[in-house]
Structure formats: structure tokens, C-alpha cells
Design a protein around this ligand. Structure first.
Ligand code: FMN
Length: 187
């Protein structure tokens, strides 16, 4: 392994408590896509949160996992409703990422075009893919909870729109379709 960061290179540091800032900084180098995970609230209204701690888990059966902060209101709705949808954002949908990063805000849905999917969970218009799942497992993960869902329905956009990417705390793009705003280059 090659590293230039003495906090990581120093063998003496092993076993010491790692700071949240160092962990966040290091894992931030792992580029991810950005999704809006949606479900149905107790009042029947749409709920959703921006999430990048999302991963494919299994092909057979088709499983996906999402890591939710324990305090997430969307998590509460997902557990009560038993289903959710993962909406994968395109490079031009950075505004939706910011919109749904606001906690439990019903107003977040103002002007957001969507339709209800098979489980009732909202599928956002214009996303590059959506995957609808029912909750299979609920696992503890420190200050987060891991929700494993069985994927029931999928939909992908017909075009080649680039995905929205999150990398080192900023939005980025794979190219061709740069997101408006905070694209940060280099180190
Ligand atoms: C790019 C990005 C990725 C995020 N990923 C996650 C995530 O994977 N899990 C999570 O719980 N919160 C994540 N958040 C933070 C939530 O979107 C935010 O805390 C939101 O207010 C939670 O809303 P809720 O309480 O209504 O669910 C992310 C935010 C941003 C901007």
C-alpha cells in the first residue's frame, strides 16, 4: 500500500482511536453515486432522503442495502411501510440531492415530479435508474442502521445520461454532463 498521510503510514498508530474526521476524509476518496431513497410516511405522504451509502448486495436473490443514520425520518418510514425505492440521480440532478438532504421536510416535495411505484414508494421523474424493494433485514451498524431490501422492480432511463457522483465531499461527474455548482478538481 502506498500512502502519503502520516496518520495512516505510522504503524505506531495502530490500535489507537481513529478520529471521525480522519475516517471521513479517507472514505471520502471512495467515489459513489448519489441516490434519493423514498418511501411512504405514516400519513401516506411521500418521504425521502439523499443517500450515497447504498450498495448492491446479492444477485440471487436480488438484494440491495442502504445505510441510514439512526435519526433519519426516512428510516422510520421505511421500517413502518416495509418498502422503499432507490432513485439514482443523474449529473443534472444535483438540486434534488441538496433538496432531499433536508431532514423530514414535507416541502421538499414541492414541485418534485414523481409517481408512485409498485410499493407506493415515489419514483422521481428523470432519474437514471430506480429500484424498488421490500425490506428483508434490519441490521445494526454503529450510529447507522443497515436496511437490506429485496429488489422487486427496476427501471432505467433510455438515454446515456451521466450519473451524479460524490467524491471527497463534493459533487463530480464522469464527464459529458457536468453538475451545476460545486465541482472540485484535484487534491
Ligand atoms: C451526498 C449526500 C449523501 C448522503 N448519504 C446519506 C446516507 O447514505 N445515509 C443517511 O442516513 N444520510 C445521508 N445523507 C444525509 C441525509 O440526506 C440528511 O441527514 C437528511 O436530512 C435526512 O433526512 P430524514 O431525516 O428526513 O431522513 C447524505 C447527504 C448527502 C448530501
Amino acid at each position: 500500500m502506498t500512502t502519503t498521510d502520516p496518520r495512516v503510514a505510522d504503524g505506531d498508530a495502530r490500535g489507537q482511536e481513529l478520529s471521525a474526521a480522519d475516517f471521513r476524509h479517507a472514505i471520502g476518496h471512495f467515489a459513489t453515486g448519489v441516490t434519493v431513497v423514498t418511501s411512504v410516511g405514516i400519513d401516506g405522504g411521500p418521504v425521502g432522503t439523499t443517500a450515497n451509502a447504498v450498495s448492491s448486495l446479492s444477485l440471487d436473490p436480488p438484494l440491495i442495502l442502504v445505510c441510514f443514520d439512526r435519526s433519519s425520518q426516512t428510516l422510520e418510514a421505511v421500517l413502518a411501510h416495509g418498502a422503499f425505492a432507490v432513485n439514482v440521480l443523474g449529473a443534472r440532478q444535483q438540486h434534488l440531492s441538496a433538496n432531499f438532504a433536508r431532514r423530514g421536510l414535507a416541502a421538499a416535495w414541492d414541485g418534485v415530479r414523481h409517481r408512485r411505484g409498485w410499493t407506493g414508494s415515489p419514483r422521481l421523474d428523470g432519474v437514471i435508474a430506480s429500484l424498488e424493494a421490500t425490506v428483508e433485514h434490519r441490521l445494526e451498524g454503529g450510529d447507522h442502521e443497515i436496511i437490506v431490501g429485496r429488489v422487486r422492480e427496476v427501471e432505467t432511463s433510455g438515454d446515456d445520461a451521466a450519473p451524479l457522483v460524490f467524491w471527497r465531499g463534493s459533487y463530480a461527474s464522469l464527464g459529458g454532463d457536468p453538475p451545476a455548482g460545486s465541482l472540485r478538481r484535484g487534491a
